[in-house]
Design a protein around this ligand. Structure first.
Ligand code: CO8
Length: 261
């Protein structure tokens, strides 16, 4: 499939999506967000892919929604369409993905760009990464999860300050606050993120899927329900051939040969 605003590549079990509108700092227009949604759906359906990597450029992941495209929209249009032409396909695809989706962020991840990477399963940041919800500066507010996911990720005080003032967070503060899983040198970002994605893709896929589901339960459910889900899921992994193989391989001091990956 050919795309206008993104690049897609599949290698070693990893499907990589690269946002590609460098002239406008990868601003998220209708076409780009639709294409990200389509690419994620395609990679989800591709048996050769075990993990999805979403990235941008080396100076900018994305500077938010395309303000020039968005500026003449009316309230009635947005409300009636529930903002679908911008966000539904894309965020729905990321939200619904059963394969892990990793965001690798260098430079600015602002507004919808920050919201897009927060929808992913985790973020690996380059040391030049900057995260922010600057919508207040153009008289509006986050509209694709900024007030919700940022608050869950870093707590009310920091999220409130960032959304109300538009202040950006650098990579170190983002790591300290729990927004990103780790920081790597900018020039090593893609390699490090790819290595992580490839490792995940080489693991037993049913176990990976269950773990993703269980960790997400911790975000959405109460502790009691989450613990019960985890226990049932753990028990269910004993029905996987890969689990039998993994445990046998450990006992026999050899590398496991997972069937489902
Ligand atoms: N939309 C459209 N064009 C943009 C955007 C954008 N968000 N950001 C940058 N550009 C364009 C600029 O207009 C400029 O184009 P041109 O060369 O034609 O003038 C080009 O990219 C380069 O930008 P700058 O000259 O501004 O570059 P700087 O290095 O000086 O500044 C910044 C970089 C700080 C990132 C600056 O460009 C900036 O502040 N951008 C806007 C950030 C912003 O306000 N983002 C929030 C947008 S609203 C939003 O995301 C709402 C989310 C709701 C749901 C999401 C749905 C997808």
């Amino acid at each position: 499939m050919s795309y206008e605003c993104i690049l897609v590549d599949v290698k070693d079990g990893v499907g990589t999506i690269t946002l590609n509108r460098p002239k406008v700092m990868n601003a998220l227009n209708v076409t780009l967000t639709r294409e990200v949604g389509e690419a994620i759906d395609t990679l989800e359906a591709d048996d050769a892919v075990g993990c999805i990597l979403l990235t941008g450029g080396d100076q900018v992941f994305a500077a938010g929604a395309d303000i020039k495209e968005m500026k003449d929209q009316s309230f009635v249009d947005l409300y009636q369409k529930d903002f679908p032409y911008i966000q539904r396909d894309c965020w729905r695809a990321i939200d619904d993905a059963r394969k892990p989706v990793i965001a690798a962020v260098a430079g600015f991840a602002l507004g919808g760009g920050c919201e897009m990477v927060m929808a992913c399963d985790f973020i690996i940041a380059a040391d030049n990464a900057k995260f922010g919800q600057p919508e207040i500066g153009i008289g509006t507010m986050p509209g694709a999860g900024g007030t919700q996911r940022l608050t869950k990720a870093i707590g009310k005080a920091k999220a409130m300050e960032m959304c109300l003032s538009g202040r950006m967070m650098d990579a170190e503060e983002a790591e300290r606050s729990g927004l990103v899983s780790r920081i790597v040198a900018a020039e090593e970002l893609l390699e490090a993120a790819f290595k992580t994605a490839r490792k995940i893709a080489s693991n037993s896929r049913p176990a990976v899927t269950y773990i993703k589901e269980a960790v997400n339960m911790a975000v959405d459910a109460n502790l009691r329900d989450g613990l019960r889900f985890e226990r049932r899921a753990f028990e269910a992994t004993f029905a996987f051939e890969d689990c039998k193989e993994g445990m046998a391989a450990f006992a026999e001091k050899r590398k496991p040969e997972f069937k489902h990956r």
